[in-house]
Design a protein around this ligand. Structure first.
Ligand code: TYD
Length: 145
């Protein structure tokens, strides 16, 4: 990551809806609806009431987070500013850029959090300690000057 990201680089992407009497269909294609190549998909489900997930940042990974079912909140934090997004539509995706601390909470019963990711799983890409995350960002700031 060369540029220092902020929470304002993260935004809701409206995904296309194929309306049918028999139900809806939403498609996401690489470099079209999502501005990266999807290398990995995972989903969170059966999340116990009151539980939170996330609590980390990524150095390189970009993600599109979709409430495939139900609703939950995504709290984004760039070390300076926090933004909270409530996801509750299957046709909206939240683009999360690298260098942003995220927490997910307030999961509704039966909700499914679908994540499209730009890279394969790599534990080395995680910043799991908040103080280390702040130092990592400060170091990036120094490099930019
Ligand atoms: P983590 O990303 O910490 O989940 P969350 O932020 O939702 O709490 O991942 C939880 C565990 O699952 C962790 O031990 C790593 C493992 N994991 C994989 O093995 N592959 C993956 O693609 C992901 C996302 C997680």
């Amino acid at each position: 990551m060369t540029n220092i990201t902020t929470v304002y680089d993260c935004s809701i992407i409206e995904l296309p809806i194929n309306h049918r009497e028999k139900g809806n269909l939403t498609v996401v294609e690489n470099e079209k609806e999502v501005p990266f190549n999807v290398q990995r998909i995972y989903y969170l489900y059966d999340i116990p009431g009151g539980e939170s997930r996330g609590g980390h940042a990524h150095k390189e990974l970009r993600q599109l987070i979709v409430a495939a079912s139900g609703s939950f909140d995504v709290i984004l934090n760039d070390g300076n500013i926090k933004r909270v997004f409530t996801l509750n539509r299957s046709y909206q995706g939240l683009l999360v850029v690298p260098g942003i601390w995220r927490e997910l909470d307030s999961f509704s019963s039966g909700s499914v959090c679908l994540v499209l990711a730009s890279h394969a799983y790599d534990e080395m890409d995680y910043l799991r300690d908040y103080e280390s995350f702040l130092k990592w960002r400060a170091n990036l700031n120094l490099k930019k000057i």
